[in-house]
Design a protein around this ligand. Structure first.
Ligand code: FEO
Length: 175
């Protein structure tokens, strides 16, 4: 495998792994703060990011490269509010999208069409994840500090988590 491509893919492995740990920390915080729907959603997000990481590791190894399991920074243990959690999630996803765009640029520069093709799955995934984070943040801004609204929001997140789990199960079957 082309070394530049291998390095860029391994860099992405680190990003996905770090996303998984970050969302796991958010899940744990939500669970400890009575936000069980949000916790389910975040546990699900964390699993999804682990799936993104595994998909990369398998791709690298199947094409003759060497996947490196990375050390990742420790995520925060506490957060100020639900809104802050989703602001951080969106900010993080934007960074991940930028990194995917860099990977795509490298694929084009190296004329690696198969990795370019593989990376397109991540391009669409990022579009969806950013849109979902923005949608959730819009809702939270509308709710503000209204306790009843936050209760209903958390209940809705449980449904969103169930839907996301079903989508991930389908993706895993397609793989
Ligand atoms: Fe797999 Fe949300 O980045």
């Amino acid at each position: 495998m082309n070394k530049r491509i291998e390095a860029a893919l391994n860099d992405q492995v680190e990003k996905e792994s770090s996303s998984s740990q970050f969302y796991l920390a958010m899940a744990s915080w939500a669970e400890n703060n009575g936000l069980n729907g949000t916790a389910k959603f975040m546990y699900q997000q964390s699993d999804e990011e682990r799936f993104h990481m595994l998909k990369l590791i398998k791709f690298i190894n199947e094409r003759g490269g060497v996947a490196v399991v990375p050390q990742v920074p420790q995520p925060p243990a506490t957060f100020d509010s639900l809104q802050q959690v989703f602001e951080l999630l969106l900010e993080h996803e934007i960074k991940v999208s930028n990194s995917i765009n860099d990977l795509v640029d490298i694929c084009l520069a190296e004329r690696d069409h198969s990795t370019h093709n593989f990376a397109q799955w991540y391009v669409s995934e990022q579009l969806e994840e950013e849109a979902s984070a923005r949608h959730i943040l819009d809702k939270l801004r509308l709710i503000g500090n209204d306790k009843g609204g936050l209760y209903l929001f958390d209940r809705d997140m449980e449904q969103t988590a169930a839907q996301a789990a079903a989508n991930t199960a389908t993706q895993k079957k397609e793989k």
